[in-house]
Design a protein around this ligand. Structure first.
Ligand code: ZN
Ligand code: ZN
Length: 369
């Protein structure tokens, strides 16, 4: 099903305030709440859809991204992934549900197979790999399927039997004072199955620690802190429940020449004193290789020039940033005899005092101090 516009989902205007967004979600969540619509798949889908829309529109950063770039933009940044189940909604908005429904977001106990945990993997990426995109292999330690018992938890030759306390339901009714409360079956922990002869490798859990080798495609333009979501690559879920997701968080490694400011590349490039005074050709390194540059005569040290379109491609695939180059006069630490001779001669005609005064006069005119 195609994703609907979040504003349409919540039935609010694009200009809706935070309070209006919250109110809209409250009324939809009440209407489609799973406890009010048991077994109704359509209601559950609407419930999750509303929660996803609320998740984005209640977060200023996600909302701004969505307003500018839509669903694609969020996906590009590993956001707005939506919710796998109503349980996910409760675990994320547990506090809010307390507030919405006056305590106890949910009456029903969590029974049955549980979804695997989401995992995070921090991936340090070379500057150029982030700028150009790349493919990397990572090893993710996680809970995977026990290969000895193929996840059943039972020793070879035996198989799990139906739990005799809950008869496979995973839940039992308990009487407390005047109430009957449904709770997770204490004997089978909600799985509905019992293992008489547990597998030796996993002690009956059906899971084992594994190291999962994965290829990650890093899109060109990823930036520090962005997350890529690899659906289903997190911890394995209980039998019949989905796996968790893997979130790959990008850390950018430092580069010897380039720094980044979003899609813009920053760097500092030296020019000789004669070039700064008289103008001339220099070479500027960019992420696509060296480019020639003509320095204007009379370029002050520290001047920043902009090379349009030489920056990082936008991760949403919308154009490229610029490169901001700071030109600085390279002052030699030592001079050869002939150089020293010429600089000394220059010093006799080049009046530092006059140059300094004109420098300050320029600044005073510019900044009015
Ligand atoms: Zn096993
Ligand atoms: Zn049971």
């Amino acid at each position: 099903m195609a994703k609907r516009d979040y504003y349409v989902v919540l039935e609010v205007a694009k200009t809706a305030s935070d309070a209006e967004v919250k109110k809209a979600f409250r009324s939809l969540a009440m209407k489609h709440h799973p406890d009010r619509n048991p077994g109704d798949k359509d209601a559950e889908a609407k419930f999750k859809e509303a929660a996803e829309a609320y998740d984005v529109l209640s977060d200023p950063e996600k909302r701004a991204t969505y307003d500018r770039f839509g669903h694609e933009g969020l996906r590009g940044q590993g956001m707005g992934g939506g919710f796998q189940s109503a349980e996910d909604v409760f675990s994320q908005f547990g506090d809010l549900f307390g507030e919405l429904f006056g305590g106890g977001g949910r009456q029903r106990g969590k029974a049955g197979p549980r979804r695997g945990a989401d995992l995070e993997y921090v991936l340090a990426v070379e500057f150029m790999d982030a700028a150009k995109g790349s493919e990397q292999e990572i090893q993710v330690p996680k809970h995977g399927l026990c290969e000895t018992c193929d996840g059943s938890g039972a020793k070879a030759g035996s198989s799990p039997t139906t739990c005799d306390l809950c008869k496979g339901a995973g839940e039992v009714m308990q009487r407390q004072a005047f109430f009957q409360i449904r709770t997770v079956c204490p004997r089978c922990a909600g799985t509905g199955k019992m293992i008489k002869d547990p597998c030796g490798s996993c002690s009956g859990s059906g899971r084992q620690r594994v190291s999962d080798k994965l290829k990650v495609t890093i899109p060109a333009g990823v930036d520090e802190g962005m997350q890529l979501r690899l659906g289903g690559k997190g911890d394995i879920g209980d039998k019949g429940a989905p796996n968790g997701d893997l979130y790959v968080t990008i850390r950018l490694k430092e580069h010897s020449l380039f720094r980044r400011d979003g899609v813009h590349v920053l760097c500092t490039v030296p020019m000789g004193f004669p070039t700064a005074c008289l103008g001339g050709k220099i070479t500027i390194p960019t992420i696509d290789g060296d480019v020639p540059y003509e320095v204007e005569a009379g370029t002050p040290s520290g001047k920043v020039v902009v090379l349009r379109g030489k920056g990082i491609p936008s991760v949403q695939g919308r154009g490229r940033g610029d490169q901001h180059v700071q030109l600085v006069v390279a002052v030699p630490k030592t001079l050869g005899p002939r150089e020293e001779e010429l600089v000394r001669e220059l010093a006799t005609v080049f009046d530092d005092k006059v140059r300094e005064k004109s420098f300050w006069d320029d600044l005073k005119t510019k900044f009015n101090f």
